[in-house]
Design a protein around this ligand. Sequence first.
Ligand code: AMP
Length: 433
Amino acid sequence: MHYQIPKGLFDILPYTDEPWRLTSAWQHLEKVFHKVALDYGFQEIRTPIFEHTDLFARGVGATSDIVSKEMYTFRDKGERLLSLRPEGTSSVLRAFIENNLGSYGNIHKLYYVGPMFRYDRPQAGRYRQFHQVGAEVLGVPSAEQDAEIIDMLLEFFVRLGIKNTTIYINSIGDIESREAFRKAFHSFLTPFIPKLSKESQSRLEKNPLRILDSKDPEDQALLKNAPSILDFLSPLCKDHFQKLCSSLDRIHIPYQINPKIVRGLDYYNKTVFEIASSDLGAQNALGGGGRYDDFTSLFGGPPLPGTGFSAGMERILQTMLKQNLPLPTCKPIFVFLIPLGERAKEAAFSLTTQIRHLGIPAEIDLEVKKLQTSLQRANRLHACFAIIIGDREIETKILRLKNMHQCSEEEISWEHLTPLLQNKWKESHVQRM
Ligand code: AMP
């Protein structure tokens, strides 16, 4: 039987001709994000991959595309209705409330890294299992907090070397602002209803704001003279938005105000934003987020101000590739041992074990057929040193340490090998720091 990976999924591999699927590239991204999160005062939270379906239905919104069309939902053997998580915020808030994290202080800065699942038409930059990094702040109502998370996401991209990003910001106000806008928007659209795409027609009653980010070119043409939500903001929301703009100005973050950014999830209010890359195709959003004040009360928690973002790791890696940014390959093996013959294999095996027990990455070829093939494998593992051990080395107790990068060799007695390797390993670490 020949099995294939389900549609819209992909493997992350130690070696492949598609560098964005290299494990080392993913590890690099995760490492950089962990450091950015630490620098901005965030702590990691890990929640399960599936939750009760109702959590997402309430959180993300039953009329959202994610819940109405894209969730992987199943019943377990106990007839519970469960869904693979399509996004991170709902789970983080559920965990926050359930574990009473609020009792540990007033302000909470949490981040996550992990897979998300959405049943959507697979295409470039859109997968059914994809991965997000994300951050959430609970307890801070100020606009500076929104500016901080926008800066944090941008800083993540900057540290990865990503260029040509555009930050779009908008405010979708509070319920009152949206209600005022909804009325004006509905009156504006009414004469055009027959010309709207089917999708937008169905959104008109259920979720009209989403019409603004319709991908249909004819919808977009009709929307050219549509009212802007920014003209309907309540004084409080207007003030928040102005403060956000001035905070971003103060820290020299360039942005574009785009009243068509609404985001596909129902929980946002006030600030919403997206960061896009001009090097991606139709799916050009690298990440986005916004404010979700009082979202916690929807899950039975105390009403708390909240703000956060998430970003897609696949698109980040694909942007890095487009921009010819180097993606790290696997971590090198420090020393590679090649025993020639049974006697040598026994001795080399003990030696390799000793080296590994010192915390030095070492590999041994236990199946040497041709010396050349073993050396090729050492090269593939980016080995810094190779040691070929044959009968002569066992008799003389002198080993030759081959420097694979400089193509030089040095002789060393058997008993001095491990202290020498230990020194070299330490030196190479100092150089890398
Ligand atoms: P969203 O909350 O839907 O805006 O998602 C945040 C980010 O996750 C997006 O900007 C994308 O980078 C990424 N993303 C969302 N859906 C997918 C998907 N199906 N495949 C790959 N990346 C995705």
